[in-house]
Design a protein around this ligand. Structure first.
Ligand code: FMN
Length: 177
């Protein structure tokens, strides 16, 4: 699939069929995350595949929305703050950036396989920490519910800011056009 088509195809999916993906499909998605770039190549991420009903229920408790309960599986992406690169100049932790790139790989690969995903960050991290016994160095960064979409994935027109409002030329005065 051509890359611009794939970008158009990837969208937040919030209604899933009750069909679990097989391990081979999930492995392809995880492999895309594994190959993501990261600061100093530290790869400070952990991808926890969740398909156990009890754990899924706990995950959904951390984000109590009806729609998410239709997801048959999820990937909980965690960042390891003890592994992530911190910039010397100001100690900025780049773990979230690394995890975001990996998640982008994951969601794009899923879309290329006809699988729906949605970033979820508005969850209660304490509930997730307790449910998965996460050590202090691991931060739950995003829940990615995933599965076959209720409606097949079709390219969408993205509601996005105009390029002129976000891209500039040699400073912030002139738009790049
Ligand atoms: C960092 C991040 C956090 C997000 N958190 C949530 C969330 O908690 N719940 C939700 O329904 N969507 C969440 N989204 C999905 C966004 O609302 C969605 O990506 C955006 O509206 C653009 O739509 P699209 O994904 O269909 O292109 C999140 C997206 C990102 C990138």
């Amino acid at each position: 699939m051509e890359f611009t088509q794939l970008i158009a195809l990837r969208q937040s999916v919030r209604a899933f069929k009750d069909i679990k993906m097989d391990s081979a499909t999930i492995l392809k998605i995880l492999e895309a995350g594994r190959l993501a770039p990261s600061a100093v190549n530290f790869q400070p991420w952990r991808f926890i595949v969740v398909d156990d009903d009890h754990l899924l229920e706990n995950l959904w408790l951390s984000y109590p929305r009806q729609w998410i309960k239709s997801a048959p599986q999820a990937i909980l992406v965690c960042g390891d703050h003890s592994e992530s690169w911190k910039r010397a100049a100001d100690n900025k932790d780049h773990g979230d950036i690394d995890a975001a790139i990996a998640i982008d790989h994951i969601t794009l690969m899923a879309a290329s396989l006809g699988i729906g995903t949605c970033w979820v960050c508005n969850f209660n991290p304490q509930i997730v920490r307790e449910s998965f016994n996460l050590p202090d160095n691991l931060e739950p960064i995003a829940i990615i519910p995933m599965g076959y979409p209720q409606d097949s994935l079709l390219p969408t027109d993205k509601k996005r800011k105009d390029l002129r409002d976000i891209a500039f030329h040699n400073g912030l005065i002139n738009s790049f056009e």
